[in-house]
Ligand binder design. Structure first.
Ligand SMILES: [Fe+2]
Ligand SMILES: [Fe+2]
Length: 132
């Protein structure tokens, strides 16, 4: 299955942001696999977390502006991830190598599932409101 079938939410701006998120996760996981210096990994991790925050805020704005019925559940998922990542990031900065690999895998799986399921659900709704 290609990227478009699996992950497209059919809103160009948000697809573009998702592509960037996947690219950052790819860089993070590569950095972890190659055991790059912690500082380099932290930098990618911070970029990913900042960008995810910007992206979540944009999605939430579009959902609010258009009165998306599933908005509350969606926003709760974003909030949960952000709290979870803050926690895991702290553990990562404290040390263990295992924590780092785990963090990369966690982010990849969580974001992939969130985009493929929860995000994909708003596509037809936003399209019906003229957001494409
Ligand atoms: Fe998203
Ligand atoms: Fe989302």
């Amino acid at each position: 299955m290609d990227w478009f079938n699996e992950y497209s939410v059919n809103v160009a701006e948000l697809n573009g942001q998702h592509v960037k998120i996947f690219a950052l996760i790819g860089r993070l996981r590569r950095g972890l696999d190659e055991k790059q210096e912690r500082q380099a990994i932290e930098e990618v991790l911070d970029n990913l977390l900042d960008y995810t925050q910007v992206h979540f805020a944009r999605e939430e704005q579009l959902m609010r502006e258009n009165d998306y019925p599933d908005m509350e559940k969606h926003i709760a998922e974003h909030a949960w991830l952000q709290a979870e990542v803050r926690d895991r990031r702290k553990n990562f900065l404290l040390g263990a190598e295992a924590k780092a690999t785990e963090l990369g895998a966690f982010l990849y799986h969580w974001l992939r599932d969130h985009i493929a399921v929860t995000d994909k659900n708003y596509g037809p709704f936003l399209n019906s409101k003229g957001v494409e």
